[in-house]
Design a protein around this ligand. Structure first.
Ligand SMILES: Cc1cc2nc3c(=O)[nH]c(=O)nc-3n(C[C@H](O)[C@H](O)[C@H](O)COP(=O)(O)OP(=O)(O)OC[C@H]3O[C@@H](n4cnc5c(N)ncnc54)[C@H](O)[C@@H]3O)c2cc1C
Length: 409
């Protein structure tokens, strides 16, 4: 019987282990943490958006520059198969109003429990608290464990070490230099689906009063220096130093790359996306009698709370008192961002092992018999279930690739 080592027990590594164990291969799965699937469980706190129900063409477009590579992986394991896989573990899924797919109970723990039970029954052996630290001279994998260093050999290896966000859950990106030292090209890990720091920060008053509060029913518009544009309605949250949340995450790759290239990125915030500029101007200039400007904005335009505070935060007294300037700011308030928040705080990582140094089965050209899967590969995607789906699909592909490799040995 052939023996395969999988390093990393996130969704990608577990999926590779599933494919391999189902084919009768002896699978040893090592993970640095005391238990597997910690980020998957954390994703469950947000409802566990497993995948998305939109047509495959639109789905594949979410992977941007890596569409071709991820589309090839999805041919082996797509959104429909993600749902069938969950169902096979006794967990029904449903399509939410936005097309996002969730487990019926919106939890990760029952799914992970059933999955681990199935993997153990199929013979997968789990070694926890084994942090892979590179290769020994004879090609064995070296692990640091509470009992000291141990080494292990196998006929093939799947590395599914995750990206570099939320290091306390296990993936810390420490593998990057070890693969680079072996001649494997790795794009630097960068924050994806991340928050940003606003230029000059917020005033103390704004930060204390409004950090954590949402901007609801707003839109943001951003065009980068190459003319690529983004406009979408949604909501986001003020933080102590800037902004984060779903609408910001959706634009975060463009904003991040613009900051890397230009030092800053300015988006325009539309506080009333359902009104035209003319309607807003008409309401702002509507006679207000003895009413204060604040109560006028609140009663005519429903602008109060964090939206009103932001206008005061970013506009001068003169602009606030100039109806044309105020109306223009309500429709397109410039917010300049100067830094992405650190990778550790991000939902996911961009960067990783380049597809160009792997074959179609995700085997490293420099290291025959070593396959890579999951977020450690060089792709990124917005939230919406695209992250987990690509992790499952790449784990599936790596597992199938190992089988083909072992079959040809
Ligand atoms: C707050 C949050 C919410 C999210 N919600 C969603 C969501 O709803 N939908 C979605 O699609 N995606 C979501 N994601 C993203 C998704 O969870 C990740 O993309 C996915 O878990 C990555 O899978 P992976 O297997 O590649 O890596 P990981 O899940 O990070 O697993 C990697 C594993 O490798 C282990 N490891 C790392 N280095 C070593 C080493 N040297 N030796 C041994 N073991 C090692 C780690 O301990 C870990 O167990 C969310 C992420 C976060 C942070």
């Amino acid at each position: 019987m052939k023996k395969v080592i999988v390093v990393g027990g996130g969704p990608a590594g577990l999926m590779a282990a599933e494919v391999l164990s189902a084919a009768g291969v002896e699978v040893h799965l090592y993970d640095a943490m005391p238990s597997v699937g910690r980020k998957f469980l954390l994703a469950g706190k947000g409802g566990l958006n497993l995948t998305h129900a939109e047509p495959i063409d639109i789905f594949a477009s979410r992977y941007g520059a890596r569409r071709t590579q991820i589309e090839a992986l999805l041919q082996g394991f797509d959104a429909t198969q993600v749902r069938a896989w969950a169902k096979g573990l006794g967990v029904d899924t449903f399509v939410g109003s936005s097309g996002r797919v969730f487990p019926a109970d919106m939890k990760a723990a029952p799914l992970l429990r059933a999955w681990l039970h199935r993997l153990r029954s199929a013979g997968v052996q789990f070694s926890m608290r084994h942090r892979w630290i590179g290769w020994a001279d004879d090609g064995a994998l070296k692990f640091s464990t509470p009992a000291g260093e141990v080494q292990a050999q196998a006929d093939a290896v799947v590395l599914a070490l995750g990206g570099g966000s939320w290091a306390r859950l296990g993936s810390n990106g420490a593998w990057v230099p070890w693969l680079q030292a072996r001649g494997v090209a790795v794009a630097p890990l960068l924050p994806a689906n991340c928050g940003f720091d606003a230029q000059g920060g917020w005033s103390e008053h704004f930060a204390i009063r409004f950090a954590g509060q949402p901007f609801k029913s707003v839109a943001i518009e951003f065009t980068n220096s190459q003319g690529v544009g983004f406009r979408r309605k949604g909501e986001f949250v003020a933080t102590v130093t800037g902004v984060e949340g779903s609408l910001i995450y959706a634009a975060s790759n463009l904003l991040r790359d613009e900051i890397v290239g230009q030092g800053q990125a300015t988006f325009r915030l539309d506080l009333l996306p359902d009104m035209t500029p003319e309607q807003v101007l008409a309401e702002v200039t509507h006679p207000r009698g003895s009413r204060s400007l604040s109560s006028h904005l609140k009663s005519r335009l429903h602008i109060d709370g964090i939206k009103a505070a932001l206008l005061h935060e970013r506009l001068s007294k003169e602009q606030i008192n100039d109806p044309a300037a105020l109306a223009a700011a309500i429709k397109a308030l410039p917010i300049t961002l100067v830094a992405a928040r650190p990778l550790d705080e991000a939902i996911s990582s961009a960067g990783g092992v380049l597809f160009e140094v792997m074959d179609a089965h995700l085997m490293l050209e420099q290291l025959p018999g070593v396959f890579c899967a999951g977020e450690m590969l060089d792709w990124e995607a917005p939230t919406g279930g695209y992250l987990l789906t690509a992790c499952f699909a790449s784990g599936h592909q790596a597992g199938a690739g190992v089988l083909a490799y072992l079959g040809g040995k």
